[in-house]
Design a binder for this molecule. Structure first.
Ligand code: COA
Ligand code: AMP
Length: 639
């Protein structure tokens, strides 16, 4: 489409002229028990709060109201699991019943409004029902991704202090069953805070031993609750500003940040995005191939499609190997998806297995209109490959756990703008995006700088971190006064298109999963033979980036370095989890540093990525970089 025929510019300008009128209008798409007293209260919270005085319930808007509108028999969730060999369709009627029943069970376990509930669950419908049931009774859920190890779960238990934990006997990965229950037991052992109860879903693939007095069997409790259902399972009214959930994400240290999401602003923003950004109608099928443990899963597997009255797909499988690289085409064709959202890495995996896209010929994707990519920069090669194969627009968009929805994207519902490869396109209404230098001064178009968003952030974005207002200010607001620091670097061109090139901190993006290299360094440094270490992200053809750890052994350690490298790899898997994809540990004699002692990570990365690099003027001993280059070569990395 021609940029002039899109309504984007006029819509963005309308928001700029009067943000309160803009979001006030968007809020009319939500059912409120009591209308907000103010669309935005600049004096509330850290940078102001959205829809103060509004009383609502997210579960009511995602489920109950669709029944009143006649969608009861429509599929709300299609569960499709090639890993379990199972498929299940859950109508809005059934979703209401299941949510009410689970809400009652949570109440019986003592969960009250404002209490926290952790979910450590695989991609099964009960995970979605669990989130909605919490929302229904005003409890705050916190979903922890299943690929994290016990120690990571323990950290989150201690921060969120859940009354109850919902979990399952196992998750399923290709070729292996991941027993969740031992990880849960270990996490509770490690944590200082102990939950009152754990509700365990026994999956047919593995039965977990239950601990008496603490663990409850999900199915048995549900059967009882179904018979003894009470009216108390109605939606509990909450303030628009009350937290709906906490989602932990990597910070610069091993201690994750608890991103808080509110109820009112979140609903308004997500509902708006379904219509205007994704261009999807109520009743259509929408598929986000992610995991409920990530923000994409929260926003676009669960809340946004359901708030919009769509059918959402819950896919427990991979893009390749379950059973082949045609899996995505099968799901789109079989369920009639209108739009799909995934990470570029998934398409790189498909492209690698089936470069000609031959498997597509078996499927009819007639209802499929748009592919959305996010989670990492969409490399032009992958975008063009997917465009050619699928013959639909392939649109990159940029967002973060903190924002909960897209910062910059291509608004299909307003009229798709021309695609510029490598760019996430333009800021969404609500985001005043600026590219600045270190002093916070705007840089010229085309010049790379830090990307910041002028406060206030729009509805749906984090109002704060869980019980950590100071950390919120320090992490995001102090460095560029009046702005939110995205910690991403990039540039804006003359036409306002934004390209996001990478992080300004030590966060890396591995297969679209956000990880902290600082967190990995903390684990490696705890190895008894490691004196010093540095972890950095290096280029990977499939996953975008993978971590690579350099270790310097303590003097006097006589064991073979290869043995210690192996132990380091195992240690990261044990302490952080398989999701870290940490497979490269390299023992070196010393690390290259500046004269003031700072490790030259940027230069090491360039060497590992086979890029051109220059000797830093401040380097302490230039010979060390050659040693690093040689050590990388031995492992088959670098030029
Ligand atoms: N529970 C337990 N383990 C898990 C897990 C979970 N929920 N999810 C991943 N893992 C494990 C994997 O089995 C793998 O273990 P391994 O080291 O024994 O092989 C490890 O964590 C790394 O997982 P991942 O990075 O996903 O790599 P992969 O090789 O299994 O798959 C892709 C690579 C590209 C196919 C996959 O990452 C993918 O489909 N990504 C795109 C969609 C997506 O998840 N996006 C996220 C944000 S939008
Ligand atoms: P997460 O919080 O896990 O969603 O990760 C957010 C980070 O992923 C961002 O800060 C970016 O560094 C990166 N990211 C997400 N989407 C994109 C994109 N479309 N282009 C470039 N980087 C992206």
């Amino acid at each position: 489409m021609d940029a002039r025929s899109s309504r984007y510019h006029e819509t963005y300008a309308r928001w700029q002229r009067d943000p309160v009128a803009f979001w006030g209008e968007a809020a009319a798409d939500i059912d409120w028990f009591e209308k907000p007293k103010a669309v935005f209260d600049a004096k509330a919270g850290i940078y102001g709060r959205w829809f103060t005085g509004g009383v609502c319930n997210t579960c009511f808007n995602a489920v109950d109201r669709h029944i009143d509108a006649g969608r009861g028999d429509q599929a709300a969730i299609i569960y499709d699991s090639p890993l379990a060999g199972a498929k299940r369709t859950i109508t809005y009627h059934r979703l209401l019943t299941e949510t009410q029943v689970l809400a009652g069970m949570l109440r019986d376990l003592g969960v009250q409004k404002g209490d926290r509930v952790i979910l450590y669950m695989p991609m099964v419908p009960e995970a979605v029902i669990g989130m909605l049931a919490c929302a229904r009774i005003g409890a705050i859920h916190s979903v922890v991704f299943g690929g994290f190890a016990a120690r990571e779960l323990a950290t989150r238990i201690d921060d969120a202090k859940p009354k109850v934990i919902l979990s399952a006997s196992c998750g399923l990965e290709p070729g292996r069953i991941v027993a969740y229950k031992p990880l849960l037991d270990e996490a509770i052992k490690l944590a200082v805070h102990k939950p009152d109860a754990c509700l365990i879903l026994q999956r047919p693939q593995a039965q977990a031993a239950l601990i008496e007095g603490r663990d409850r069997d999900w199915a048995a409790m549900r059967d009882y609750a179904l018979v003894h259902a009470r009216s108390a399972y109605d939606c509990v009214p909450v303030e628009a500003t009350d937290p709906l959930y906490i989602l932990y994400t990597s910070g610069t240290t091993g201690r994750p940040k608890g991103v808080v999401r509110d109820n009112g602003g979140h609903m308004v923003a997500l509902k708006w995005s379904m219509q205007y950004l994704y261009g999807v109608e109520p009743g259509e099928v929408y598929w986000a191939a992610s995991d409920v443990g990530w923000v994409v899963g929260h926003s676009y597997i669960v809340y946004a499609p359901l708030l919009h009255g769509c059918t959402t797909i819950l896919y427990e499988g991979k893009p390749v190997g379950t059973p082949d690289a045609g899996a995505f085409w099968r799901v789109i064709a079989e369920h009639g998806c209108a739009a799909m959202f995934t990470a570029p890495t998934a398409f790189r995996a498909i492209k690698k297995e089936d470069p000609q896209g031959k498997l597509l010929a078996q499927y009819d994707l007639k209802k499929f209109r748009t592919l959305f990519l996010a989670g990492e920069r969409a490399d032009p090669d992958t975008v063009q490959w997917a465009e050619k194969l699928l013959n639909v627009p392939v649109l990159d968009h940029w967002w973060q756990t903190e924002t909960g929805w897209c910062i910059a994207g291509n608004p299909v519902g307003l009229g798709t703008l021309p695609v510029k490869y490598g760019s996430a396109t333009v800021p969404m209404p609500g985001y005043d995006v600026r590219v600045v230098d270190e002093a916070g001064k705007g840089v010229a178009p085309g010049k790379t700088g830090s990307i910041v968003v002028k406060l206030p952030l729009p509805p749906g974005c984090l109002p704060t971190l869980w019980q950590a207002d100071t950390r919120m200010r320090e992490s995001y607001l102090d460095e560029f006064p009046g702005c939110y620091k995205t910690a991403d670097a990039g540039f804006r061109d003359e036409e306002g298109y934004i390209s996001v090139m990478g992080r300004t901190d030590d966060i890396i993006n591995v297969a679209g999963h956000r990880l902290s290299t600082g967190g990995m360094e903390e684990v490696l440094a705890a190895h008894p033979d490691v004196a010093e270490c540095a972890v950095l992200g290096i280029k990977d053809e499939l996953k975008g980036e993978v971590p690579c750890g350099f270790i310097v052994l303590k003097s006097g350690v006589n064991r073979p370095p290869a043995e210690i490298e192996k132990e380091c790899i195992a240690l990261i898997r044990e302490k952080i989890g398989p999701v870290a994809s940490f497979r490269l540990a390299i023992a070196v004699a010393r690390l290259p540093k500046t004269r003031s002692g700072k490790i030259l990570r940027g230069t090491i990365k360039k060497i590992a990525d086979g890029e051109e690099w220059q000797m830093p003027a401040t380097i302490d001993d230039p010979a060390i970089l050659d040693e690093i280059g040689s050590a990388l070569k031995v492992k088959g990395v670098g030029s």
